[in-house]
Design a binder for this molecule. Structure first.
Ligand code: PXP
Length: 239
């Protein structure tokens, strides 16, 4: 299983003092050298962490795969078409949220998705849609013309007792299998950390995991290289 590293919160730390350090672009390079298969950044409408210039610099330096997380707006579509990341991930975005709070309403936004996705794919950029791990959401993402789905693991990460954790894992496993059968590639992310990641190493239909906060938090104390290597060890633990 591969690991994509989201470096947004390196920018959060930098922005706390309006200075240049730590640099998310340097963090991305170290994550790649440590084995990350991709770098993820979310350019938010309010630019609270990653800024436009960071995205330009990431595009120049990322050699694995750049995944631009973004809301489905005209502004973001223009930026994606100009920057040409390998992949965009469409997420819902609310101004007041601390982080992305749920999957995209793919059913309600189906008509918009069907218009939004083709010009992006025509430009050679793959499109992933962040969805709840549900059969209907998978079907709508396939109908919208996405290449991949990213299954939302936030609810899994919040479960406290074993029965609830196993039930949520089962929901993710089932949705992943259905997505693969529907011709979609599958990744997963949100809220995953060093303590809840291990069961994912057994879900073969998921090809990549996307992790931000937990890796950046550990990197602040032990360094990005160790933080990435340790997570890779866990997601590829023998089952
Ligand atoms: N996937 C998506 C779609 C996200 O919006 C985020 C948060 O930016 C992540 C993965 C990473 O989540 P976390 O920071 O909790 O690892």
């Amino acid at each position: 299983m591969r690991l994509a590293v989201n470096i947004d919160h390196v920018a959060t730390l930098r922005n706390a003092r309006n200075e240049q350090q730590p640099d998310p672009v340097t963090a991305a390079s170290i994550a790649e050298l440590a084995g990350a298969s991709g770098i993820v950044c979310h350019l938010r409408e309010d630019r609270r962490h990653i800024k436009d210039r960071d995205l330009e610099r990431l595009r120049e330096s990322v050699t694995t795969k750049l995944d631009l997380e973004m809301a489905m707006t005209g502004e973001m579509q223009r930026i994606a078409l100009a920057t040409k990341p390998e992949l965009i991930t469409l997420v819902p975005e609310k101004r007041r949220e601390l982080t992305t709070e749920g999957g995209l309403d793919v059913e309600g936004q189906l008509a918009k998705l069907k218009k939004f996705i083709p010009p992006v794919r025509d430009a050679g950029i793959e499109v992933s849609v962040f969805i709840e791990p549900e059969r209907g959401a998978v079907d709508h993402a396939a109908e919208a013309g996405a290449d991949l789905v990213e299954l939302h693991t936030g609810p899994y990460s919040l479960k406290k007792n074993r029965a609830d954790i196993l039930a949520e894992l089962d929901r993710i496993r089932t949705a992943a299998a259905h997505a693969r059968e529907s011709g979609l590639r599958v990744v997963a992310g949100h809220g995953l950390n060093y303590y809840n990641i291990e069961p994912f190493s057994t879900i073969r239909d998921i090809e990549e995991i996307s992790i931000g906060h937990a890796i950046v938090a550990r990197a602040a104390l032990v360094g990005m290289e160790s933080a990435v290597r340790e997570m890779l060890r866990l997601i590829n633990a023998p089952s």
